[in-house]
Design a binder for this molecule. Structure first.
Ligand SMILES: [Zn+2]
Length: 168
């Protein structure tokens, strides 16, 4: 997995990301607001952007979708509950869904409510150490949101805890 962090140098102070398969050159663009910069980096690297992933529905993360789809034909992925907020979504992600990029990259979608209630993070299963590719800013959440975060993470991490082979 090759990860490129792209600094947009705009007033939003967000990063855009490209994640590429080292074998096929297929790439996933994450929150490509500065689609021109992302396309330039992809071109320099010889990558082909086939998917766009929005971590959440805010305009400073989705604003580059439309022109990037026009230039690349990439499919848009985001949290399944963001369908009515993000135009042209091709795939809605739930907790545990896997996003494949080319042959070598597999990213698990994590349901991470907080900043918005339809927010995803990605966890790499194909690189060691596992790397969370997405960062998100989170203002102090309210109690209901904290409960949703706890529920989501408890579900995720309890389900992956190792079980004792001798216990049935
Ligand atoms: Zn936001």
């Amino acid at each position: 997995m090759i990860l490129k962090q792209i600094w947009t140098a705009n007033a939003y102070r967000n990063f855009n990301y490209l994640i590429a398969c080292s074998e096929t050159g297929e790439a996933l663009a994450i929150d490509p607001l500065d689609y021109e910069k992302c396309l330039r980096v992809a071109k320099e690297e010889g990558w082909n952007i086939t998917q766009i992933l929005n971590t959440h529905e805010h305009r400073d993360h989705t604003g580059g979708n439309e022109p990037m789809v026009r230039k690349t034909g990439a499919k848009i992925l985001a949290h399944k509950n963001a369908r009515d907020k993000i135009a042209g979504m091709a795939r809605g992600l739930g907790a545990g869904d896997v996003v494949k990029v080319g042959k070598t990259v597999e990213l698990e979608a994590l349901d991470t409510p907080g900043h918005t209630m339809s927010h995803v993070c990605l966890l790499s299963h194909t690189d060691q150490p596992a790397s969370a590719a997405i960062r998100y800013s989170m203002p102090a959440p309210g109690i209901a949101i904290m409960a949703a975060i706890r529920q989501s993470f408890t579900r995720r991490f309890l389900s992956s805890s190792p079980s004792c082979p001798n216990r049935h």
